[in-house]
Design a protein around this ligand. Sequence first.
Ligand code: ADP
Ligand code: MG
Length: 309
Amino acid sequence: MENIIKAERLKKNYSSFNAVNGISFAVKKGEIFGLLGPNGAGKTTTIRMLTGILKPTEGEVHIGKYNIQKESMEARQIMGIVPEMADAYIDLSAIRNLLLTGELYGIEKEKSIKKAENLLKMFHLYEKRNQKVKTFSKGMKQRLILAMALMNDADILFLDEPTSGLDVESVRLIRDLIRKFNQEGVTIFLTTHNIKEADLLCDRVAIMNYGKIMAIDRPEMLKSVIKKTSSVEVAFKNLVEEKVFNFKEIIEVKKMGDKFQLYGNKMEDIILFLINHSQKTNNEIISLKILEPSLEDIFVKLTQKNENF
Ligand SMILES: Nc1ncnc2c1ncn2[C@@H]1O[C@H](COP(=O)(O)OP(=O)(O)O)[C@@H](O)[C@H]1O
Ligand SMILES: [Mg+2]
């Protein structure tokens, strides 16, 4: 498949601070592509450069055949954008907001009304279409903003943290609709700090931290990194020393207050080892938890990996 988004050596400095540090990647037509990273990673800065809202310090962006800097008007015609801090006009009704967006895109009135009503139904807002947006919950507002971005039949949808901080129902509906529009041929570029979201939605994910892309891969490949960073947290009744954990399957030991966090690949073996130790020394295990690796664990892992090469 052809590339529909192409970023080359993109860089953004805010005075002397380097928010995005020379990243390159391409998104294929029809993909759901996620930019995954913690707060401050540079995701919003990146998406704002991709959509032509922010001028890069260096580098280039192509949207389809258009250079976003030089041909932003043409490029905008095929893009729908949901910014991080997006807002609708709160003193207008939901349908007025959509029709206004339609006007902005120069869509003919009849067509605009049909389109708006259709989107309101899809986003479960039809019953509330004549209500002022200021009465809407955060989830309802975000659904409306997404609907607004879809008024012009975009080929590519840019979503900056589309489900962050929303209620469970809105999150589910938004994810379902992202998939649905993607199936109908819309390329999706989204940012998220939520690894589960990236896993659930994306064909490919770029992991970003400190303004750099650490890895680009399919979620399943990222998960194989996760597996390698599984850990067990254990606390014994009588305090033990770190050297107790001298066992071939334990790769790393971290002391966390009165507990220890043990990293390794074979959790079952590590747990058996701990139970054995407990019985042998007559020292009761008072807590034992298998910890899901955090996003941070993966970043640490990936950063280490990069440094080693
Ligand atoms: N307008 C700005 N001026 C100065 N620093 C900024 C500005 N916008 C963002 N930053 C900084 O750039 C870094 C990346 O920010 P951002 O792109 O918003 O990250 P993310 O969306 O991943 O949370 C952060 O350290 C942030 O504080
Ligand atoms: Mg952001």
